[in-house]
Design a protein around this ligand. Structure first.
Ligand code: P6P
Length: 335
């Protein structure tokens, strides 16, 4: 019985549209998919295999690392360092970039990832995910350094995320639309179940961590106040609110039914212009949302146009249904 279009078949068919494709990219993508299957198994087994709880260490962000943060980072490194497709890697969980070891061949891609986004949810069994972004290593660079990773989001050749939820999903874009795949655990293959995903231009659902309200900038406060005013206010419609504290889950929901996700600039920590990281959260998610017809801004500027200044740079993020994002941007312009 045919199980449908597998992600491997889909990627190979996608490759046929790419002039002069050598198969390197296809093979790299398949190694990333394999890593996500391995991570899915560890996440799904959780307490049964003793991987919950904290590791007793902190990452470069100063965040307490969960055991699974470290385990999943290792899985991504081991799955993608050996085949000769990557020139180097970078991760939320590693201070510095990861050069490919000398005993392995180097390739032409730079792989950046958040191995377990939303990991604060793992001990309470709420959906988490893996986010990744693929850039080309600049021509002629044999030993990439951090600066080679500092490319605007518009330079991404691929972005995707795995969502470890009630079902394990993989969402992918190579700049030719967005497609969703569901892991058929009986076969161990991701199968195309959500072709050509589109974000509705309008929504009545917003996602924000409202506990930070007193720190928000005025345009965001105005937008949320108007949503909360509902039928009695200027929007003349009631809104719904969601906050999962797992960006992968919020973005997947927005891809399936629309919505606006906001982690805006706030004054909670003046040293941080936002919480989310540009290279391995905001940029890949912006690429996916824009390819699905949505929009993604800091409030002032398009996230994918930003010139990154450092590997772990943080940015404000306002993404999702185009008409709502544009309203928030208009409020920033008017402020
Ligand atoms: P808060 C997870 O740690 C994350 O990076 C995103 O996935 C999520 O949207 C956000 O932070 C949650 O932040 O402050 O609500 O815990």
């Amino acid at each position: 019985m045919h199980i449908g279009t597998t992600i491997t078949q889909f990627i190979i068919e996608e490759q046929r549209h790419i002039q002069g494709a050598s198969g390197d990219f296809t093979s790299l993508l398949n190694d990333i998919v394999t890593a996500c299957k391995v991570i899915s198994r560890s996440v799904n087994q959780g307490a049964l295999i003793g991987v919950l709880g904290t590791a007793g260490t902190e990452n470069v962000q100063g965040e307490t690392q969960k055991k699974l943060d470290i385990i999943t980072n290792e899985v991504m490194i081991k799955s993608n360092e050996w085949a000769g497709h990557c020139a180097a890697m970078a991760s939320e969980e590693m201070d510095e970039i990861y050069p490919i070891p000398a005993n392995y061949p180097k390739g032409k891609y730079l792989l950046i990832f958040d191995p377990l986004d939303g990991s604060s949810n793992i001990d309470v069994n709420i959906s988490v995910g893996t986010i990744f972004s693929i850039l080309r290593c600049p021509d002629g660079v044999k030993e990439p350094t951090e600066k080679d990773f500092l490319q605007p989001g518009t330079k991404q050749v691929c972005a995707g995320f795995a969502l470890y939820g009630p079902s394990t999903m993989m969402v992918l874009t190579t700049g030719n639309g967005v497609n969703g795949f569901t892991l058929d655990t009986s076969v161990g293959e991701f199968v195309l179940t959500h072709p050509n995903m589109k974000v509705p231009a309008d929504t009545r659902e917003f996602a924000i961590n409202a506990s930070n309200m007193r720190f928000w900038e005025a345009p965001v406060k105005r937008y949320v106040d108007e949503c909360l005013a509902g039928k009695t206010g200027p929007r003349k419609q009631d809104f719904n609110m969601r906050w999962v504290a797992s960006m992968v889950a919020e973005v997947y929901r927005i891809l399936t039914r629309g919505g606006i996700f906001m982690y805006p600039r706030d004054t909670k920590d003046p040293g941080k212009p936002g919480k989310l990281r540009l290279l391995y959260e905001a940029n890949p998610m912006s690429f996916i949302v824009e390819q699905a017809g949505g929009a993604s801004y800091t409030g002032e500027e398009r996230i994918m146009d930003m010139q990154p200044q450092n590997l772990h740079q943080r940015v404000p993020v306002i993404l999702g249904s185009k008409n709502e994002v544009e309203k928030v941007v208009a409020y920033h312009k008017g402020a």
